[in-house]
Design a protein. Structure first.
Length: 70
């Protein structure tokens, strides 16, 4: 259940456009990990989370291209 909580929170934060790296610290605290690297090692990347991360990456890349053409 702890793992599912962490993964579902990350997916929700990606979808909300939150700063996931900052939010990951909250997950670490909730799971009782000493540091974020422990949480990163603990959580797996299911396809749904990878898809959200890929969408965000694509939006950021597209935004960067638009800025270079201005």
């Amino acid at each position: 259940m702890r793992h599912a909580f962490g993964v579902h929170r990350l997916i929700a934060w990606y979808r909300a456009g939150a700063d996931v790296q900052t939010c990951l610290q909250l997950v670490s605290i909730c799971l009782g990990h000493v540091n974020v690297s422990g949480t990163q090692a603990y959580l797996t990347m299911p396809s749904e989370l990878l898809a959200e991360a890929s969408r965000r990456s694509a939006r950021c890349a597209a935004f960067g291209k638009e800025e270079n053409h201005v």
